[in-house]
Design a protein around this ligand. Structure first.
Ligand SMILES: CC(C)(COP(=O)(O)OP(=O)(O)OC[C@H]1O[C@@H](n2cnc3c(N)ncnc32)[C@H](O)[C@@H]1OP(=O)(O)O)[C@@H](O)C(=O)NCCC(=O)NCCS
Length: 171
């Protein structure tokens, strides 16, 4: 299958069951998932859902969440595409600091510019999100990425021309 068959879009309320199913493939928390309260990007390959990522905004801060690629589609750049498009979306929305909790992919995010921080150091609006308050993530690593001043930097880019072309589209 080729990357021409990949498409990415903002998910709507009707996509919630699909998002939950994707998150279940990665054993990720989805109890509070709501397209009304969070924004999700959904990648489809030949019309079938293969990955998603979510942004929960709280003023100028954002919680990066619900990042999953179906196991049979992993390690082919879908996660990188989702992540890059999510950064663009977060900037568009005026987010200056991105936060996340992860029990499974700390190295993935450290390699993409995030830094580990103490959990108590997050803004109050992030600390009050259900993900931060929930006991499911009590032992997860807390990471942050400042979005300001990232233009022209040398952070990792999506692999391949096809992904680069996809990144040019509007969400
Ligand atoms: C994390 C995840 C979304 C990445 O998606 P993907 O489409 O496989 O990612 P890409 O193809 O863009 O990137 C693959 C690269 O990331 C690395 N990687 C993938 N998962 C990783 C993890 N959990 N920790 C560290 N590195 C990881 C791969 O080794 C690969 O490295 P390489 O480019 O040097 O070969 C996917 O592995 C996944 O759904 N995992 C289960 C759910 C999860 O842990 N989500 C994160 C919760 S916050």
């Amino acid at each position: 299958m080729t990357d021409e068959e990949l498409s990415i879009r903002l998910a709507s309320a009707g996509d919630e069951p699909t998002l939950r199913a994707l998150l279940a493939t990665g054993s990720l928390f989805s109890a509070d998932l709501s397209t009304a309260r969070q924004e999700y990007l959904l990648v489809e390959r030949a019309g079938k859902p293969v990955g998603c990522i979510g942004l929960e905004r709280a003023g100028e801060s954002g919680l990066l969440r619900s990042f999953a690629v179906a196991p049979e589609h992993q390690a082919r750049g879908v996660g990188t595409l989702l992540f890059a498009r999510m950064l663009a979306l977060a900037r568009e929305r005026g987010v200056r600091g991105l936060y996340l909790l992860t029990a499974t992919a700390e190295r993935y995010f450290l390699a993409r510019g995030f830094e580990r921080i103490d959990r108590w150091a997050v803004p109050a609006a992030i600390a009050s999100t259900e993900e931060f308050r929930g006991s499911c993530c009590a032992t997860a690593a807390c990471l942050m990425l400042l979005l300001e001043g990232m233009e022209g930097d040398s952070r990792p880019r999506p692999r391949g021309q096809e992904l680069t072309e996809l990144l040019k589209g509007a969400t």
